[in-house]
Design a protein. Sequence first.
Length: 92
Amino acid sequence: MDAARRYFLVSGRVQGVGYRYFARRAAQSLGLSGWVRNLDDGGVEAEAQGPAQSLVSFEGLLREGPPGGHVRSLDSRGVPLCDCENDFAIRF
């Protein structure tokens, strides 16, 4: 498996619209592990790990966001792989 891990920083109208739940469903449907959480500045951050092509698809879905949301910007970068989780969690 060509596993990779990416960090995502999303800004826009991404809190109060179900964005974290949208991200978790998207990650689970793609077989990714990782996490997502709200930030104090109104943004959302996430890390996801799995097949590289699934991460590309995940990034595309994060750019779309859920109905009612509006993604203004999404930055992503590669980060080191880890053995830190087996599922995709919403962090509070």
